[in-house]
Design a protein around this ligand. Structure first.
Ligand code: ZN
Length: 461
């Protein structure tokens, strides 16, 4: 169609099926479908995807708390995003497509069916909490969990009761219907405006005849009509809520619902977490695997029932071991300092009133020790008045590869400083301090060279 030639035949105007009447919404179990490309952007968007308008779709555009579907277009092109714009829909694809051609769509079914299970499950969860006046103000779904935000926290007994009823309704396999309403629901998104918009409603009905058959299998209390036939009790609403999502056809497809924990949020509100269907099985498998792994790690072959007992026992043992180690280090420090005292008495004697003396270096490294132990050694050195004259003590601890703490101490502050300055040339250690130099290294590579350099420096002092 051109404006230049008013006599040219008008191209057929194919309208997009509006969101609300999409094939994914009225036939959500359809996995393959053919439609027509109405338009495609000339250039990719910021996400490097082309924006394509199809006439209709089996890929759900994100909305109502349900994430969008993924799928393929003409086998090789991926659909990575589907968005609603007013009442129209846009598919974001990895390649451009020609206007007017046929578009064969395939939905990533595993993802979609999971969304259907969680979304229909949420309607049922909200419906049952509604009955005990815990109203749903919001809901959400991430990759593994769902939650409803309730206006009031239910008690543990209420949660247990609701969970039992949720799974009872699944066993009764009540159908999930989609209907329409004339009046615009107040919860409808404000931007849901455009040509041919409709207002969808999801209905889950309780079948009172199924309930009666369970409670009175022989029908002894049934009311009979004039012909002796049982009078039908009919259906009552469990759920009746505006919704654009894709839903399971009946509750058996939910398989099961497991309510999880609660979190307090915004005043009296609470977030109650839950999983439906395959997610519940996945969670069970993960949890089961963790308990199996824990049983090995904890050496608790008795399984989960013995975990707490085993951990309590292990904690007690570790506290005792810690105390024991501390005492042993104390004893060790006493022996080490006693040896140094003997060594210094023989090789670096200093008279009582002498403040200056010849330089003498003592180096010490212990791989399995920490800072506490080095501090203990320094305080023993001080108590026994061994830090005198030109004596320098270079103490360090920690694994060769992982490094650890270091203390350089001596009476001659200037000498301490220059020894530390020499050490940092050889090992990767950072530190400082007045009088006593204290540092921490990332590795003890080069420690021997550092000791040798310190020896040379102290000898010449
Ligand atoms: Zn919904």
């Amino acid at each position: 169609m051109t404006e230049d030639n008013p006599n040219a035949p008008a191209a057929p105007v194919v309208e997009q099926v509006p969101v609300g009447l999409l094939t994914c919404q009225h036939t959500p179990y359809l996995r393959n479908f053919t439609t027509t490309v109405l338009a495609c952007s000339k250039k990719p968007n910021k996400q490097k995807l082309y924006e394509v308008q199809l006439q209709d779709t089996i890929l759900f555009p994100e909305g109502g708390g349900q994430p969008c579907d993924y799928g393929t277009l003409n086998e090789s092109i991926e659909v990575k995003n589907v968005q609603r714009v007013g009442t129209s829909h846009v598919h974001h694809t990895t390649a451009p497509v020609e206007e007017g051609i046929e578009a064969r769509l395939e939905v990533e079914w595993k993802r979609r069916f999971d969304h259907m299970q969680q979304h229909s499950g949420q309607h049922l969860v909200s419906a049952l909490f509604d009955q005990i006046e815990c109203f749903t103000v919001a809901w959400g779904m991430n990759a593994t969990r769902c939650h409803v935000e309730l206006s009031k926290a239910p008690t543990p007994e209420q949660v247990k009761d609701v969970e039992e009823r949720l799974n009872l309704y699944i066993r009764r396999n009540y159908p999930v219907h989609v209907t329409f309403t004339e009046e615009r629901p107040p919860t409808m998104p404000k931007d849901y405006v455009g040509p041919n918009g409709v207002f969808r409603v999801i209905e889950i009905m309780e079948d009172l005849d199924i309930v009666a058959a369970e409670e009175d299998p022989l029908g002894l209390n049934a009311t009979l009509d004039e012909n002796g036939e049982k009078v039908k009790k009919g259906l009552v609403h469990l759920d009746y809520n505006p919704c654009c999502g894709t839903h399971v056809k009946s509750l058996k497809d939910l398989q099961c619902i497991k309510l999880l924990h609660q979190e307090k949020i915004r005043g009296d509100n609470c977030r109650l977490f839950f999983v439906c269907g395959q997610r519940a099985l996945n969670l069970l498998q993960e949890t089961y695997q963790v308990t199996r792994d824990l049983a090995t790690v904890l050496s608790a072959p008795g399984g989960p029932e013995t975990f707490v007992e085993t951990v309590v026992k292990n904690q007690k043992q570790s506290r005792e071991a810690f105390k024991q180690t501390k005492n042993l280090y104390k004893d060790l420090a006493t022996y080490v300092v006693r040896d140094w005292a003997a060594e210094l008495k023989e090789k670096n004697p200093i008279l009582e009133d002498e403040t200056k003396g010849p330089g003498y270096l003592i180096t010490y490294h212990r791989e399995d020790a920490e800072m506490d132990y080095l501090v203990l050694l320094t305080s023993l050195l001080k108590d026994q008045e061994l830090v005198k004259g030109g004596r320098i003590f270079v103490l360090s601890a920690g694994d060769k590869k992982e490094g650890g703490p270091m203390i350089v101490t001596g009476q001659d502050e200037g000498l301490v400083k220059s020894v530390a300055a020499e050490i940092v040339k050889h090992v990767e250690v950072k530190g400082g301090g007045k009088g006593r130099w204290q540092g921490k290294s990332k590795s003890w590579k080069g420690l021997e060279a550092a000791h040798a350099a310190a020896e040379t420096l102290v000898q010449s002092a």
